[in-house]
Design a protein around this ligand. Sequence first.
Ligand SMILES: CC(C)(COP(=O)(O)OP(=O)(O)OC[C@H]1O[C@@H](n2cnc3c(N)ncnc32)[C@H](O)[C@@H]1OP(=O)(O)O)[C@@H](O)C(=O)NCCC(=O)NCCS
Length: 213
Amino acid sequence: MKEIIDKQRIAVIGAGGHAKVVASTLMAVGHKVIGFYDDDPQKWGESIFGVPIIGPISDLNRANCDGAIIGLGDNHVRKQVATTMDLNWITVIHPFAWVHPEVPLGAGTIVCAGAIVQPSAIIGAHVILNTKASVDHDCIVGDYVHIAVAHLAGGASVDEGVFLALGSTVLPGLNVGAWAHLGAGAVATKNIPAGCIAVGSPARTIKSAVEAA
Ligand SMILES: CC(C)(COP(=O)(O)OP(=O)(O)OC[C@H]1O[C@@H](n2cnc3c(N)ncnc32)[C@H](O)[C@@H]1OP(=O)(O)O)[C@@H](O)C(=O)NCCC(=O)NCCS
């Protein structure tokens, strides 16, 4: 599962704010970032940290990089890119993050500065554990999840595509269903149904899966 390629030529998909964080994390561990690929033509020819924004995502292939990572914060878009492109997806952990050494990280996952992952957690593929996120012992984090500055207490689980916004918390052992959003500052005191948007403390559903779609 865990694939960390040191000091090789890595491409970043996306050229927005999250892509900057991804690139700086790659650089912090010594990778060479060779270029950004983004579908906004207005960005082509520009650069980030002196690294060029080369062209559309479809231009990227295994021949022009050793590995790639998706720097796009939208969970649906990350899944769409990951499932349609045949690339060597790499995993990166910022040197100022802590991941227990026995925790498996799926391909394409990034652990940003200040994030902490405790023992016996399981982290899926193309996950974003953003700045200062915390995932405690025995948590399960599904593929394409984005955890902002948010906290999962021990034994909690979040299914595929979940977004935990800034300052949100999931209490011990609870589950957040697939593609649900927990709003900024929310505290999940009960399981959160799949696909819905829930806010507040205790978290209440403001949009059902149908309304949120
Ligand atoms: C939860 C969230 C996704 C909902 O977005 P949305 O579906 O567009 O919701 P709306 O803006 O239409 O708001 C709907 C209602 O919920 C309320 N609401 C929205 N977010 C809320 C929150 N986090 N806490 C409490 N109430 C919230 C709004 O005030 C509004 O109430 P009203 O109908 O009484 O006016 C969004 O508000 C949020 O919290 N985003 C977090 C962004 C973030 O953390 N980004 C991290 C990037 S790393």
